[in-house]
Design a protein around this ligand. Structure first.
Ligand code: PGA
Length: 239
């Protein structure tokens, strides 16, 4: 398993349902990972073996994994198969999967457990909707997601949390720096997590806001969607 304590920041590129062979070739010619940061490129699964990795700071990650370990589950990919293909990280519980594929906290917990057991670091996404924020139930929602989706075997070496307010994903709107700091501090202080898990911020991270977000004491890096598809923009974010 990758030693997370080696890195001052962690940056995840979430390409979602985008990319092709030409895109990948061009991307890796231009990508400039910095030595003290961990950079993880999460492509659609079919391209994972085409991604370049090194043993220092550039890794590949999956965007999802099966709840099951093996058997008659057509279309699925298991944690062990990811391990077998040198995949070091995997996003789980992204809000798009929760919304479009009906993923529950319980399923996410099982996926994350399988990943940890196979020495792959899950990046578990949590976050509130705009309606929930307006109803002042953000912390309640996050606490429930933490309680139910973060496995008991998780610790700061084998698991990462990504706080992604759903209203900030792909909208160009971000919480204020104070709001990000407030939520991250709340998560770090929540007694249900074993130790000090790294917490990434995600949701409309761009070159123009990434430095300020990353400078926050409670932010350990970023999960980047749209802006990670532009390698120049992503280079600025990880610099
Ligand atoms: P965004 O997506 O950066 O395009 O807002 C982030 C994510 O969905 O992980």
């Amino acid at each position: 398993m990758i030693n997370l304590s080696n890195f001052s920041s962690i940056f995840i590129a979430n390409w979602k349902l985008n990319a092709n062979n030409d895109f990948i070739n061009d991307y890796y010619q231009k990508l400039l990972p910095r030595s003290n940061s961990c950079v993880v490129i999460c492509s659609p699964s079919i391209y994972l073996n085409k991604l370049k990795i090194n043993s220092n700071n550039l890794f590949s990650g999956a965007q999802d994994v099966s709840f099951f370990n093996e058997g008659a589950y057509t279309g699925e990919l298991s944690s062990r198969m990811l391990l077998d293909n040198n995949i070091s990280f995997c996003i789980v519980g992204h809000s798009e999967r929760r919304q479009y594929f009906n993923e529950s906290n319980k399923t996410i917990n099982q996926k994350a457990t399988n990943l940890i057991n196979n020495k792959i670091i899950p990046i578990i996404c949590i976050g509130e909707t705009l309606k929930q924020r307006e109803q002042n139930i953000t912390f309640e929602i996050l606490l429930n997601q933490i309680q139910e989706s973060i496995p008991e075997i998780s610790n700061k070496n084998n698991c990462i949390i990504a706080y992604e307010p759903i209203w900030a994903i792909g909208t160009g709107i971000t919480p204020t720096l104070d709001q990000i700091e407030e939520v991250h501090t709340f998560i770090k202080n929540s007694k249900i997590i074993n130790g000090d898990l790294k917490i990434l911020y995600g949701g409309s991270v761009k070159p123009s806001n990434s430095a300020n977000i990353n400078r926050l004491k409670s932010v350990d890096g970023c999960l980047v969607g749209g802006a990670s598809l532009n390698v120049e923009e992503f280079n600025t974010i990880i610099s």
